[in-house]
Design a protein around this ligand. Structure first.
Ligand code: ZN
Length: 157
């Protein structure tokens, strides 16, 4: 389960629309809890794939470090990545699977003629042969956040 608030969803969609017809990409910073992962910050990155930015994205070692540093500074974890699929469905490509890391959540947003469409989330299966769907839910309420997802005491089910 991936908890993503409406403003965060809109932030990803706006980034995707802005980069259209190229792919956008970015990192998701948040917290891992028993009931799922909660995105706390959307961290946009620049798509470095200059050879084929329409249907590829690349996260460089520098991007990775920048995202990890931002997470640390905010007291969060780097929990995933997002990118857009301009004029393609929000399904992971073979390229996506081959370049994915285990454990992280991968959010994909489809963009049709500059308009954001479907948004999906995925995690690489442990054997790395396929992606498994991860359900996206609107974020937990403020009362759940006060205790923190890790604290457990104030969690809302
Ligand atoms: Zn992709």
């Amino acid at each position: 389960m991936l908890y993503l608030s409406e403003p965060q969803k809109r932030q990803i969609e706006a980034h995707a629309a802005e980069c259209y017809p190229q792919e956008c990409c970015g990192a998701l910073l948040g917290e891992e809890g028993e009931s799922g992962r909660e995105v706390r910050e959307v961290f946009p990155l620049v798509n470095r794939r200059e050879d084929s930015p329409r249907n590829r994205f690349a996260i460089t070692a520098d991007d990775f470090r920048a995202a990890e540093k931002a997470a640390q500074q905010a007291g969060l974890e780097l929990i995933g990545w997002y990118h857009s699929h301009p004029d393609h469905p929000a399904q992971p490509s073979d390229y996506d699977r081959e370049h994915a890391w285990p454990w992280y959540s991968y959010v994909i947003v489809a963009v049709k003629e500059r308009k954001p469409a479907e948004m999906t989330a995925w995690r690489l299966a442990d054997d790395r042969t396929r992606f498994q769907t991860e359900e996206i839910q609107a974020k937990l309420g403020a009362s759940a956040r006060r205790g923190g997802l890790g604290a457990g005491a104030a969690r809302v089910h």
